[in-house]
Design a protein around this ligand. Structure first.
Ligand code: PLP
Length: 274
């Protein structure tokens, strides 16, 4: 979206070179209006200090925006941390059943009104049935997230002890490089995690070995799903560029569902030992 569409609207941009506050400060130019972050990020679960970014934006007179999809509003409440606009893909945890496509934006009325106005002109709106499904799903959001958090923590801890797994990326692990910040700004660490397979175990073969967990582009549903970012979301990027971002060809992104956690682990483990 940023790389392919922004220039058509006369919007320029630059990407922060890292996840520290100074990385964002370094990119601020005379014409900068917005700082946009995503934390935890897709697919490596990088963590950014949300309050730090909001404070920087405020000091510089900029609008701060966050994609809060991976955390959900149960695990992270960025408005409390000083962010101006919060965006959610409601297709994910808010919907939670992999059967709708929707989005949400939250913030001060004067800012949200501008988004509403643009949405009206650009035609983005939801059908009555989508609204009905979304509203019904949100009634169980807190319960579902509690279980997603518990299951993902269990899977992350167990996979990190498996010699067939090289590295697990999950903010709830004390080994995560920004675990301390995650713990301070989140109420729970969420249901998303990624892992690198050890050696030259092919991630495509691994996915075929799974019996219960199915491959899917989307995430955050009742059922556990898995994808290989190098072949899907980041397929258009060169292998070299992906490696620079830390996305190896054998990286797998797992959306930990609400099944029995022992069943999820058993499937993940048997696929490693085949
Ligand atoms: C899926 C996703 C989006 C896009 O949302 P859609 O509802 O599919 O348009 C944006 N950000 C994150 C973090 C996502 O996971």
């Amino acid at each position: 979206m940023v790389q392919e569409e922004f220039s058509k609207y006369g919007i320029s941009y630059s990407f922060a070179k890292g996840t520290e506050i100074s990385d964002f400060e370094n990119e601020i130019k005379a014409n900068t209006k917005v700082i946009y972050i995503e934390t935890p990020s897709n697919p490596l679960l990088n963590i950014i200090d949300v309050h730090g970014v909001a404070k920087l934006a405020k000091e510089k007179g900029l609008v701060s925006m966050i994609d809060n999809t991976f955390a959900s509003p149960i695990n992270q409440t960025p408005l409390d941390l000083g962010v101006d606009l919060v965006i959610h893909s409601a297709t994910k945890y808010l919907g939670g059943h992999s059967d709708i496509s929707a989005g949400a934006v939250a913030g001060r009325k004067e800012l949200v009104d501008k988004v509403m106005f643009k949405g009206r002109n650009l035609g983005g709106n939801l059908s009555d049935f989508m609204c009905f499904l979304l509203e019904r799903s949100m009634k169980t959001l807190a319960l579902r997230i509690e279980k997603h958090n518990e299951n993902a923590q269990f899977i992350a801890e167990n996979l990190s002890e498996n010699p067939m797994v090289k590295k697990v990326y999950y903010p709830g692990l004390t080994s995560h490089k920004n675990h301390r910040i995650a713990k301070a700004q989140m109420n729970g660490f969420g249901g998303m995690l990624s892992f690198d397979l050890a050696g030259d175990f092919d991630a495509k073969v691994y996915q075929k070995n799974l019996k219960m967990i199915r491959s899917s582009m989307s995430l955050a549903g009742i059922e556990s799903t898995i994808i290989q970012p190098s072949l899907t979301s980041h397929a258009l990027m060169s292998s070299e560029k992906r490696m620079k971002l830390g996305i190896s060809d054998n990286l797998l992104r797992l959306s930990v569902g609400l099944e029995n956690k022992e069943d999820i682990l058993a499937d993940l483990t048997q696929a490693l030992n085949i």
